[in-house]
Design a protein around this ligand. Structure first.
Ligand code: PLP
Length: 386
């Protein structure tokens, strides 16, 4: 079996499994907010995890809030920055057409319910946002912009955005910058404080930790407002007794991925070889975002005329698990919003298959995927799906 849907969810990492076996047997189990000995022991364990996570992501201990994942992180940021109404005439949310639905729909909610307006920066055909257009928009509207919300790495294409440059433009123009780093963290080294970003987010299940865990990083935590008020946990920024074991798995998983960054070069080379071989065999194959900087572990490709879902089913019958686009839009047999914003036509858009492995995957998985994909394409090109 080859699992190639890491961008959807990474399997729980081996280090986390091992950690949990001991953790579950040995304890301690207590409320981290209790002042008795066991409670304090749990709190110390969770704060050690906080230190480890912060250090790996280039943040300070005090800049990190544990939560349930990226969707919650995004909602907290929008709630904190945009609030209940437009303030100081800053009514613009500057975003891109390639954002994950967790971000896109949150922005739309603020337009429908709180009077904000969205300015969408166009995407170039390689999947990168039009940076020049972005610079102009920010320069011209700097005093009207409430929030810039542009992602770091795309979940479908794996294309990495120039997030450091975006951040610099925001800093130079005194504009608040939230960056959805969910797909970048764990797949590329990331340094929060060097990036200059105001808010960044991640989800545990994308990096091999327990699902339902996540982190919000804030340059200045005093700017945050809790979505859940409750009993003042997480220094009043997220009510509810913390998922302390889940939070510990974040530290274990991030430590494991930190070691795997050494594999980036080998995997990138292997992925590029795989993409060249498949294009040589099937010259009409399109690799989405081919000439853009991409995550080492992501390929998004299409053979026009062959339906992506048909390929997915063929690959699954050979024990290879891929998706046709992002998990959330899998049931919609239409060209995804991300691809549309890149100007990708429907004949290409309907054929896409996303292959996303992990930094811990053996490079040889690409040989097996190549063999299986070749078989699937050979079979299905004889029965044109559309
Ligand atoms: N942002 C990006 C880029 C994602 O890929 C995802 C999940 O696929 C999310 C946000 C939302 O993450 P979660 O569902 O873990 O909250």
């Amino acid at each position: 079996m080859i699992y190639a849907d890491y961008n959807g969810s990474a399997p729980i990492s081996d280090d986390v499994k091992e950690y949990l076996q001991h953790r579950m047997l040995e304890g301690p189990f207590a409320n981290p907010n209790a002042i008795h000995f066991l409670g304090q022991k749990v709190l110390i364990g969770m704060d050690n995890a906080r230190s480890v996570c912060a250090k790996i992501m280039g943040a300070k201990f005090s800049q990190l809030v544990f939560n349930s994942g990226a969707t919650e992180g995004c909602s907290t940021v929008y709630h904190s920055v945009l609030g209940c109404s437009v303030k100081n005439n800053r009514n613009l949310i500057v975003t891109s057409g390639i954002e994950h639905s967790a971000i896109r729909k949150t922005g739309e909610w603020y337009v429908e319910n709180r009077g904000y307006e969205i300015v969408t920066i166009p995407t170039l055909s390689n999947g990168i946002i039009d940076l020049e257009n972005f610079k102009e928009v920010v320069k011209e509207n700097h005093d009207k912009i409430a929030l810039v919300s542009i992602m770091a790495a795309n979940n479908e294409t794996g294309v990495i955005q120039p997030y450091m440059e975006i951040s610099k433009v925001c800093q130079d123009n005194n504009v608040t910058n939230f960056c959805d780093t969910t797909q970048l963290i764990g797949k590329m080294p990331f340094d929060f404080n060097k990036s200059g970003i105001d808010y960044a987010i991640m989800s545990g299940h994308k990096v091999g930790a327990l699902t339902g865990t996540g982190i919000l990083l804030a340059k200045d935590k005093t700017t945050l407002k809790p979505l859940i008020i409750g009993g003042g946990q997480e220094k009043g920024l997220r009510g509810g007794t913390q998922n302390y074991i889940g939070n510990e798995t974040l530290a274990v998983a991030l430590t494991a991925v930190d070691k795997n960054f050494d594999n980036i070069q080998v995997l990138t080379k292997k992925r590029e070889d795989f993409e060249s071989k498949i294009k040589e065999k099937f010259p009409s194959v399109v690799i989405i975002g081919e000439d853009a900087p991409r995550l080492a572990t992501s390929t998004y490709l299409s053979l026009p005329g062959v339906h992506g879902q048909a390929i997915q089913i063929e690959l699954e019958s050979m024990g290879i698990f891929v998706t046709t686009s992002s998990a959330c839009s899998d049931n919609e047999p239409v060209t995804s919003k991300v691809l549309k914003s890149m100007g990708i036509t429907d004949d290409v858009g309907r054929g896409v298959v996303r292959i996303s492995v992990g930094l811990c995957s053996e490079p040889e998985v690409y040989d097996k995927i190549y063999e299986a994909l070749t078989k699937a394409y050979e079979k299905l090109t004889q029965i044109k799906s559309y």
